[in-house]
Design a protein around this ligand. Structure first.
Ligand code: IPE
Ligand code: IPE
Ligand code: MG
Length: 248
């Protein structure tokens, strides 16, 4: 499978990469094709990105597939996206499993059709014990929703388990609980905004924006983002001198 090439232990390699896969519609429109053709091409770009991340031994790859605001798109486009989600899960489940990839869907899944919810559970269950890349797909996800649902569940726990709210940590209730925060955040498609993706979790992520449209994203583009990432000095509030001292 995807063996031994690189490792997230390696200096400068992010443990967690988060990507806003944007630009599918424009990619298709530029070629006088339907926007939905762009979404299909986007699935291919995702497939190859997963493969490269697995090869590089990245621990977590989180991708934004459908935002809580994307329901506002024309119904025909939303329907195609839902169908594509279902089809991709059906087609890729075995392959993900064979490659030791664990799949987790984050977002408000209650809005999806029952058959899609069932399929999600099935593929998550199939891959639950895998130890390779953790692939997180954010679908009907919103960063504000995540903070809200985490706060509500935390308050509920405090009252039902009779523990002090101040002893609980919101990090444990976010849908990314147990995962390291993203080290590298990538947005394709040229916009420089967060669009309600991970909010809490990207507090210290290195941000990388590229005008490349998502269906054109490939290994060379990822390598470029990784090169930028490795040249950044992550200070986490300290001074540059402190960081240099602890590295020497
Ligand atoms: C991202 O591509 C995919 C989804 C939001 C589902 P877009 O569909 O937003 O593509 P553009 O931004 O219109 O080009
Ligand atoms: C963000 O892209 C959501 C996904 C990529 C799934 P959008 O295309 O929806 O973002 P805006 O509307 O341009 O901010
Ligand atoms: Mg877009």
């Amino acid at each position: 499978m995807y063996d031994n090439l690189n490792s997230s232990e390696q200096v400068g390699m992010p443990k967690h990469i988060a990507i806003i896969m944007d630009g599918n519609g424009r990619w298709a429109t530029n070629q006088n094709k339907l926007r939905t053709v762009g979404h299909k091409a986007g699935v291919e770009a995702l497939r190859s990105t997963i493969e490269v991340c697995a090869t590089y031994r990245v621990e977590v790859l989180t991708v934004f597939a459908f935002s809580s605001e994307n329901w506002s798109r024309p119904a025909t486009e939303v329907n195609v996206l839902m169908d594509l989600f279902m089809l991709t899960l059906k087609r890729q489940a075995k392959r993900l499993h064979k490659n030791n990839i664990r799949l987790k869907i984050i977002g408000d899944k209650t809005k999806f059709s029952l058959s899609l919810q069932k399929k999600i559970k099935e593929v998550e269950g199939l891959t639950a014990d895998n130890t390779g890349l953790l692939l997180v797909i954010a679908a009907n996800y919103g960063g504000q929703w995540d903070i809200e649902q985490a706060s509500l569940r935390m308050m509920e726990d405090a009252s039902t388990k009779q523990v002090l709210l101040s002893d609980l940590n919101i990090k444990d209730y976010l849908s990314t609980s147990g995962m390291p925060d993203p080290d590298l955040f990538i947005r394709t498609g040229g916009e420089q905004r967060i669009s309600n993706f991970l909010l809490w979790q990207i507090a210290y992520s290195e941000l990388y924006f590229t005008s490349t449209l998502w269906p054109d994203f490939n290994k060379a583009e990822l390598d470029l983002a990784l090169k930028h990432f490795s040249s950044r000095q992550r200070r986490f509030g300290k001074t540059g001198e402190q960081i240099n001292e602890s590295a020497s």
